[in-house]
Design a protein around this ligand. Sequence first.
Ligand code: AMP
Ligand code: ZN
Length: 468
Amino acid sequence: MSPTPVRLHNSLSRSLQTLEPITPGRVTIYTCGSTVYRYAHIGNLRTYLFGDLLRRTLAYLGYEVTYVKNVTDVGHMRDDQTDGGEDRMIVAALEEGKTPLEIAEFYTRAWLEDEVLINIVEPDVLPKATDHIGEMLALIETLVDKGLAYEVDGTVYFDVSSFPAYGRLSGQRVNQTRAGTRVEVETDKRHPADFALWKRAEPGRLMHWPSQWGEGFPGWHIECSAMSMKYLGDRFDIHTGGIDLKFPHHEDEIAQSEGATGHRVVNIWLHGEFLTLDDEKMAKSAGNIIRVSELPEKGFQPLDFRYLALTAHYRSKLDFTEPAMQAAASGLRRLRRAVAAGAETGVDLTAEPMAGYGNRFRDAIADDLGIPAALASAHAVAGADDLTPDQKRALLLDFDRVLGLSLDSPAEGTGIPLPAGAAELLERRAAARAAMDWIEADRLRDELAGLGVRVRDTPEGQVATRRS
Ligand code: AMP
Ligand code: ZN
């Protein structure tokens, strides 16, 4: 059966368009991943949930999806993130007495553990920027050879005036861009809008690599050009990120990738709106961040937050409030109760009246990821008069392939006592994790598995269950 057509809002054309995969039936997606020198907050995770909903939707509708999400483990400078110009990943590393790569490894794990808690499916490829310095240098060399970039004293800049399409995505005009931002400390640029592809390492910088221009480190934007094209080819279907990445990050990525290849690389750009707290953008710099692991202290489960994220369209802002989370938690309970009331039977979802409910769900998600409408159709199923409990259960579990709410989640901790010795091993593993000793923590996990105990890391710490 051929996949269901999908409409998506392309930031580049500023309009809804039907997805026409480069290879029919297959969709390639790249999402800008986390900067791993701090914990990811639920604002960041809203954006990753949006990527997750996109890939789940496309898979549900019959496409074969390849999903790449990177790890930005090179500290990068960004206009709204720099504190006096220093690299915050390096500052954090120094403060904690760790190397940058150890810090990056720690926060990468923390980010991915948070993603597991809210049922974000792992990407097919999770490339780290530090593993792709060679690809970035090759791309920069191509841009220099083509006359699109120039070197000044060990730093290589992209020459924005050589790329006429610059500004097409964000609507920024070259003579407006970057004026008045701190980036202007780079006084050796030919034009204020030019941006660094490679930066000379100043004395004391911990993360640097050799290059034909001397010791240095890559700019943030070149990382995503290099990794996306390495894994998805020089033409791929969809690129996603939060709305703040439109400029300069994605504008610069287009200039680099299209400049190097000479053709369109990404067909559809999708941008997700912000999560706000008291109507202010949640951001590390604003100091108003909440982590997934802090939700239980506030009386909520991580999946309550996933549910909350499903209640807003990805192109709308979403405010995180206590009443909204209460409503999310109760909505989730309602769907789970409907699933629990049914039994596993061979319900034919293509027969009426199930097909009608299924079509409404399908139509909603195929229309620019109308997840709020899809969620409403799940509630219509839960409250339907013309469906049996078994039919409701079958429909809701089918929808859950997209919603990802663990609607059939088994109760945790069955009350079976743990075997002798397990408690001590768990204590040692908690200590190893606190000391960031992942090798020891993994070894102890294996030892516990040998005793028939499965360990999961949750916001409240380790949860051990006995394998039945
Ligand atoms: P960063 O680690 O700062 O590069 O951000 C990772 C992702 O989170 C990017 O796609 C950002 O656009 C996104 N992001 C940052 N803050 C928010 C927010 N408050 N709401 C939604 N997405 C956000
Ligand atoms: Zn990126």
